[in-house]
Design a protein around this ligand. Sequence first.
Ligand code: PMP
Length: 409
Amino acid sequence: MDICRFDKSMSLFDRAAKVIPCGIYGHLSPVIRVPGSTPYYAARAQGSHFWDVDGNEFIDWLCAYGPMVLGYNHPKVEEAAAKQRKLGNCVTLPGDIMVELAEFLVDHIPFADWTVFAKNGSDLTTWALQVARAHTGRRKIIMVEGTYHGTHAWCTPGHAGLVPGDRDDMLYFKWNDILGFRKLTEDNKGEIAGVIMTPYHFPNWSDNLLPADGFWQEIQTICNREGIVLILDDVRTCYRLHLRGSQELFGFQPDLSVHCKTIANGYPFSACFGRNEFKNAASKVFLTGSYWFSGVPMAAARATVQEIKDSGGVEIMYKIGKMLIDGLVERAKGHGLKLTCSGHQTMPFVKFTDDDDFFLTQIFSAEMARRGIFVHPHHNWFISTAHTEEDVSRTLDAADEAFKVVRSA
Ligand code: PMP
């Protein structure tokens, strides 16, 4: 098996560090991995693969950290986007595509009566909190400790640039701790505007946790009783879990729900869905952005959701995800290693069991990159409909070799 080198990536990063703070910022920053252990810059991408600037080809199990749900350069999405680009993208007025897409999506998501569009997850999770506050006239918001909801002050995992008041109205409980949630609602009766939660718990650097039996139903019952707006952050999950949103998989009904990473196959687009009861408040909370009415991402979203539906995309991702994690666990066992794959099979969080400092998982991830397989040591991976059984088989063969190195570490 070829061993990749990343010399051009490294020299580009040196240049970047001079003109961009951190060189590469956020969760893509190389400083949170073993430096030099993976490529830093991509040259092109197709299907389930990308090529880095050094010319190495990778099977990509990160899918751009989620958005590439149908794989890179999907012909139907690109065709729809190109057609809209010719008609007009960023125009003085919204295009008819906006209305058509809103009708299509509201019809598609069972609980939704209306939708609004933006460009990313953070702006809409924050907007949803404002809608909850406008609707209830209350201030406080509950969230699960350690959950990522975006880059805004109330939720960013960073510490710099915050002021003490930023989180004064936030209350926290632990995932699956329904007693803790109930206590917060009792101690703050009549003061809680909303609760925002992901469908299951996927912190970085830690095994992911699915909801306990009855957890979501209990949350919904308490919210309904106390007049608390139930906000689902489906930014990362959504159609990877269920064609009509993750609430369908776990059997509950949110009041508001934010979709992003599976909706437009890489085009900048997000949507918040809501029930009629919240439409009045939604119409009062100011919402706009420089590019938020651009038509190309909307056309891409229309084609993406249609294609996931027509191709049985969710089932494909379920199948490939299961093959991948079953195969990895089995191969690891053959080397006397124990692997834990937690969370959902279409976005598994993979680490060596009891490897609490991620030492072995970092080695594994680096050895996979050297063999043309892009995985992540402390973030969940993502499956797309473009991944094939051949991708899984090549990944497992590379894993066999990587496990040998881990075994000797
Ligand atoms: N919520 C969740 C669960 C996310 O995973 C993310 C992005 N990783 C966000 C919100 C924020 O989305 P964005 O990065 O598009 O602002």
